[in-house]
Ligand binder design. Structure first.
Ligand SMILES: *[C@@H]1O[C@H](CO)[C@@H](O)[C@H](O)[C@H]1NC(C)=O
Length: 583
């Protein structure tokens, strides 16, 4: 057996590679025709075929792949090719035959040969096992594992030059040419969703809310072994925001164009389209996005100060203060000026970001003038839904926590009255609070975070915790399936996500991969999809960007709420039952 093992190692074959002999179909003079055939054990989205003939051959014609080694002009005994677009997609059990014609370089057209098929859909990604946190209350779902996976989702969204610590084997450097109008480097940040645009408005809100969860529920990250990964996770967009803040009163707010980007289906590494950048300034104001970016950087400064990284914390705070002043001096909705953002992340109002931004600056500095500003801009309304656009629920929560004033508490209590059974939010039969078909799980998860924070602030703790648990556990499997990719029972396997749907390079990727029936070749661990319809209906369909897209903002409140539940489990304060809050 030993020589055989050595042979396999020498050829670089892995357990998934298949080897087969060239089947000669016919030959005359020095011409030959034949094929390499493989039977696939698992579904495939892309392949590489490495061929070795016993004699040099030339003039190979075939219809299934493109050569990456060897050529049609010279004589060689070694060739390598990857599938042409659409030719790589196969279901498990399919037979794949690559037929070819050619000429031997010497006399006689009867070569023998070996072909090794490498499955480019298998990325060999394996994850560490994350145990339930020792000593914590036992939970139906492993929240520590969800935290680890959600952090991995944000890692998979990274744009720019990836660090050596990158854990996503199917991601590589991308969009290294992202620049401002005067050549400022704007690499980095997160791709927004299943597309490859960098939309800073939801990116900044996601960063603020993830950091809020870290500040509130740090023990959950510590005890699940995720603290360092979490710091790295939020630092990625924060570093990018520093680059985007090119002058005190100038902030880049988007890189990439939705129309160009959505017109093609490809991974970030394969992108070739133009990536224009867009900024706000004194003459093109956007107090909403200036304040939200200030909030993210102020929250980040608190987190990194706690970590002991005082230099970074102070850099972030300097930017946060400048952005706050910029937003305060030049009010306006950014999407009124940056029309490229309007079709995707149009801002409805900027008043909520004034109080939200003011509160984060106050938390980071303790400076009363920020609190006064936030109180002056208090939005006296219940929250329709805490989101990238509407910060009323979060701002009023922070106002209440810092001041304990009843006027703020009233809006919070009113928000939960509206969200709980009997309010204006409808419930699916299996207890999802269904606010909107676009990312229904996201709105429910964001409100779940607010409910956990409200409970900690002493507002109806029993019911608020039960309700938060009912919504998060719905996403994790209570309705009979998981909505978090790579987690739990029957999770989605066909998210509307360009990078995850593309096979590994050098295989091509395009609309054929978007349309294919087989699962995505890569598991986008930790991403929560948009979610079901109002009757719990859901199909795992890549084409359905309403129910099956993922996004940075979808996971933010969700991850922080999961951290909140783990925090309660560690303190042994999770409710033992929670279904009684369902209608
Ligand atoms: C907030 O709105 C409520 C209901 O509309 C009203 O009764 C209350 O006076 C308002 N409070 C403040 C501080 O404006």
């Amino acid at each position: 057996m030993l020589p055989l093992i050595l042979l396999l190692v020498a050829s670089g074959a892995t357990g998934d590679d298949q080897s087969t002999k060239f089947e000669l179909m016919q030959h005359w003079d020095n011409n030959f025709e034949g094929k390499f055939c493989f039977k696939l054990a698992t579904a495939s989205v892309g392949w590489e075929l490495d061929i070795t003939f016993n004699v040099p051959v030339q003039g190979i014609q075939q219809w299934d792949g493109d050569f990456i080694h060897g050529s049609n002009s010279g004589c060689s005994d070694k060739y390598a090719m990857v599938n042409k677009g659409s030719k790589g997609i196969h279901a498990a059990g399919d037979s794949v035959c690559v037929r070819m014609m050619g000429k031997t370089c010497g006399s006689g057209g009867a070569p023998t040969g070996t072909g090794i098929l490498k499955d480019l859909s298998n990325d060999h990604q394996t994850l560490p096992k994350i145990p339930h946190v020792a000593g914590a209350q036992s939970t139906k779902y492993n929240y520590a594992e969800v935290l680890m996976k959600s952090i991995l989702f944000y890692e998979a969204q990274r744009s720019g030059k990836l660090p050596a610590s990158n854990r996503i084997p199917w991601r590589a450097d991308s969009a290294l040419g992202d620049k401002g109008a005067s050549g400022e480097y704007l690499t980095g940040g997160w791709y927004d969703a299943g597309d490859n645009v960098k939309f800073n408005f939801p990116m900044a809100w996601s960063t603020t809310v993830l950091t809020w969860g870290l500040l509130m529920y740090k023990d959950a990250y510590v005890k699940s072994g995720q603290l360092d990964w979490m710091y790295q996770s939020i630092k990625w967009p924060l570093d990018y925001f520093i680059k985007c803040h090119t002058k005190p009163n100038e902030l880049y707010v988007q890189v990439g164009d939705g129309g160009i980007d959505h017109g093609s289906w490809t991974s970030p590494e394969r992108m070739t389209g133009k990536r224009p950048s867009f900024k706000i300034s004194a003459s093109c104001p956007g107090s909403d996005i200036a304040m939200e970016t200030a909030a993210a950087m102020a929250a980040g400064s608190i987190a990194f100060k706690q970590k002991g990284d005082t230099a970074y914390a102070s850099t972030l705070l300097t930017h946060a203060k400048q952005l706050f002043e910029f937003g305060k001096a030049y009010p306006g909705k950014y999407s009124d000026c940056v029309s490229a953002a309007a079709a995707y992340y149009k801002s409805q109002d900027d008043e909520d970001e004034f109080s939200w931004g003011g509160m984060w600056l106050y938390k980071a500095t303790g400076d009363q003038t920020y609190l006064d500003f936030a109180e002056k801009h208090f939005v006296n309304k219940t929250a329709w839904g805490f989101s990238w656009d509407e910060k009323i629920g979060g701002a009023n929560m922070l106002l209440y926590i810092e001041t304990k004033k009843d006027i703020y508490k009233k809006t919070i209590v009113g928000t939960f009255q509206d969200w709980f059974p009997g309010g204006s939010v409808t419930y699916s039969p299996k207890c999802l609070a269904f606010r909107l078909q676009w990312g229904a799980l996201r709105y429910a998860s964001n409100t779940a975070l607010l409910a956990l924070v409200a409970a900690d602030a002493g507002i109806d703790p029993v019911n608020n915790r039960k309700w938060a648990m009912s919504q998060i556990n719905y996403a994790l499997g209570d309705a009979g399936r998981s909505y978090v990719i790579g987690f739990g029972t029957n999770p989605p396997r066909r998210p509307h996500h360009r990078a995850a749907s593309c096979p590994s390079l050098p295989a091509p990727c395009g609309w054929d991969e978007q349309q294919m029936k087989v699962p995505d070749p890569h598991t986008l661990y930790g991403a929560m999809v948009g979610g079901p319809g109002k009757s719990d209906g859901y199909v795992d369909d890549r084409g359905d960007y309403v129910k099956n897209e993922v996004a940075c903002d979808y996971n933010a409140g969700f991850q922080s709420a999961v951290a909140g539940l783990e925090h309660l489990a560690i303190a042994k304060e999770l409710p033992s039952t929670y279904k009684d809050v369902c209608p």
